[in-house]
Design a binder for this molecule. Structure first.
Ligand code: KIV
Length: 257
């Protein structure tokens, strides 16, 4: 069983085979994802919401990311691992490189992900120049939003469409090897997918990207704050039945007197 590489992901894009990705924050779920055939595991800063129970991702620290990346790397030896750089961990070039190096390497992640805005361009160039593999996150950037109420599809207007296409071309030119598009209008996402040679992975961005990514707890229907609006695969979690059954059986057990 070979470790999935960026070369393999590029081949999937070229051969028009969907790239499947989901988040994980621990070893047990990482193993489940790997055994199910998932290609990429993202150790996402969504852990701030679904694991820590916060209203957004903003309070996630580098220490949190290192801890969860180590756990996931223990559970999956085969999947391609991408670790999020949390908010405020890449303000300066030097800080970004120091922090990226803590997440990348043997028994850690294969790539780091950054929510890239104009002010981050020089930092991303610096990381790539220093051999850090980078996944760009464009579209909705949760680290940059003050409230979830500000979540909306991006790319509906011609101006937004053009900006997103130009940003995507730029991040590919800079050397980013993977792109995640969050909540991008499907037509814009389709154009970006066809004009870029790196794999484009979508969430809430239609179904014609090179692959899809989901927050695992949304897929399982167990997210602490509920699932996002675009989420169509919503299921009622089987965990509730298992736990209710356990409680009922335990309550009915005869006590030893
Ligand atoms: O943190 C995360 O889980 C993410 C996905 C929503 C792409 O960035």
């Amino acid at each position: 069983m070979n470790k999935i590489s960026i070369k393999h992901l590029n081949k999937l894009k070229k051969n028009n085979i969907g790239i499947c990705s989901a988040t994980s924050y621990d070893a047990s779920f990482a193993k489940f994802l790997e055994d199910s055939g998932v290609d990429i595991i993202l150790i996402g800063d969504s852990l701030g919401e679904v694991v820590q129970g916060n209203k957004d991702t903003h309070s996630v620290t580098m220490e949190n990311m290192i801890y969860h990346t180590m756990n996931v790397a223990r559970g999956s030896k085969k999947c391609f691992l991408v670790a999020d750089m949390p908010k405020d961990s890449y303000i300066t070039k030097g800080q970004a490189l120091r922090n990226a190096n803590k997440l990348i390497g043997k028994n850690m992640a294969d790539m780091v992900k950054l929510e890239i805005s104009k002010e981050d361009i020089k930092t991303v160039e610096y990381l790539i120049k220093n051999d850090i593999p980078v996944c760009a996150h464009l579209g909705i950037k949760p680290q940059k939003l003050s409230s979830k109420k500000k979540y909306k599809k991006i790319g509906k207007t011609i101006k937004e469409n053009n900006t997103l296409i130009n940003e995507s071309r730029l991040i590919e030119k800079m050397g980013c090897e993977l792109l995640i598009l969050e909540c991008v209008h499907h037509e814009t996402a389709n154009k970006i997918t066809s004009c870029l040679s790196i794999p484009v992975i979508g969430i809430g961005s239609g179904n014609k990207c090179d692959g899809q990514i989901r927050v695992l707890y949304d897929l399982l229907g167990i997210s602490f704050n509920g699932v996002p609006k675009f989420f169509k695969e919503h299921i009622k979690s089987p965990i509730t039945n298992t736990l209710k059954d356990y409680v009922l059986k335990t309550k009915a057990m005869k006590k030893c007197k």
